[in-house]
Write a protein that binds this ligand. Structure first.
Ligand SMILES: Cc1cc2nc3c(=O)[nH]c(=O)nc-3n(C[C@H](O)[C@H](O)[C@H](O)COP(=O)(O)OP(=O)(O)OC[C@H]3O[C@@H](n4cnc5c(N)ncnc54)[C@H](O)[C@@H]3O)c2cc1C
Length: 307
């Protein structure tokens, strides 16, 4: 293997670590290490970091890692983690402003407190605002981009740009540039326009949605939410259950008994290879028995471990 000099950076606030384990930054609590891991103190530090990266250095973004499987061989290049418990939320000109590092449940509570309606669905999405923008996260009839007025993006050269939904092609769990390319840059903030509501009612709705989630999802065990996208007119969970795959286990990874479209790392000992093998097995079984090819919703990154 070729050895590279560690990259040098100047004037950054935040934490920078070499050969850093990523399992703790993903909700599956599995997977390998990053060559370099940077948690910026703020958006300007992220921009400064990106500006100083050599052009060939791969860059990966993580929010709360709640939709990501990191393979056991880890991620080459630099990983930035944007989740930040101190990230900013504000009301400005009738819009709700959120830094990309804000956790979605926090945004839901903030919006409710400020008499906004329809943000309640975000309370059940355990990711960041940046992740919700990248995924067009949604549930219970709500979808992130339906409420976006504009977003801020930082480019690889450290330049910030403001964009509107018209700059993107938005679909079910899909956000692309208008020309069909993957979105460039890193989301650093968003301004949301939620309809007016009543704080008390919004808080009650959040409580109701969370109770529903606790009843139907294995929230006590490491998981990454829905593994597969729902195919047109059907539900991935229904198909997986119909194929009698609930409880099916490979190594430390199992199809959840509670929600068939979730894979759980019940004892915390699953490797990413176990999880990926189970994803492949479920996909193959459902395809063979029903003719439907389930498409993964989770993003799989990094390299396989070479034994
Ligand atoms: C218990 C549970 C329930 C869930 N329920 C739902 C649900 O109801 N609906 C739903 O849609 N999802 C759900 N999810 C999945 C997940 O929470 C969402 O996809 C969420 O939006 C991911 O956010 P994240 O910050 O964790 O993203 P990560 O997993 O960290 O990243 C996901 C993708 O977004 C990219 N990304 C992250 N931040 C940025 C950024 N700032 N700029 C550019 N790209 C970025 C990453 O590179 C990666 O490709 C659930 C997950 C769990 C564990």
């Amino acid at each position: 293997m070729m050895m590279h000099e560690p990259l040098q950076f100047t004037g950054l606030r935040g934490t920078l670590a070499r050969d850093a384990p990523l399992a703790r930054y993903t909700s599956w609590r599995a997977g390998g290490r990053a060559d370099a891991l940077f948690v910026p103190a703020g958006r300007d530090d992220l921009a400064a970091f990106m500006r100083q990266l050599p052009p060939h250095e791969p860059l990966t973004v993580l929010g709360l890692g709640s939709n990501t499987l990191v393979r056991d061989g880890g991620v080459r290049g630099s990983v930035v983690v944007l989740h930040d418990p101190g990230a900013a939320l504000a009301i400005a000109d009738g819009l709700v402003y959120a830094d990309a590092g804000v956790a979605c449940p926090k945004l839901a509570r903030f919006a409710a407190l400020h008499d906004c309606a329809d943000a309640e669905f975000l309370a059940g999405i355990p990711g960041t605002v940046g992740g919700a923008l990248a995924m067009n996260a949604g549930c219970y009839g709500g979808e992130t981009w339906r409420f976006v007025a504009r977003v801020e993006v930082v480019q690889r050269d450290g330049r910030f740009e403001v964009r509107t939904p018209a700059d993107y092609a938005i679909g079910y769990r899909s956000v692309l540039r208008r020309d069909g390319a993957a979105p460039d840059g890193v989301f650093t903030a968003a301004w949301f326009r939620f309809p007016p509501g009543v704080a008390r009612q919004a808080r009650a709705r959040i409580k109701e949605l969370l109770a529903k989630r606790i009843a139907t999802q294995p929230l006590g065990l490491p998981n990454a939410g829905s593994v597969f996208r729902n195919p047109d007119g059907d539900h991935a969970a229904r198909l997986i259950e119909a194929c009698e795959l609930k409880g099916f286990t490979i190594g430390g990874a199992s199809v959840s008994e509670k929600q068939a479209n979730f894979i759980v790392n019940a004892a915390g000992r699953a490797s990413a290879a176990d999880i990926e093998a189970l994803i492949t097995h479920v996909r193959k079984t459902v395809r063979e028995r029903t003719g439907i090819d389930l498409e993964p919703e989770v993003r799989i990154i990094g390299e396989r471990r070479h034994e």
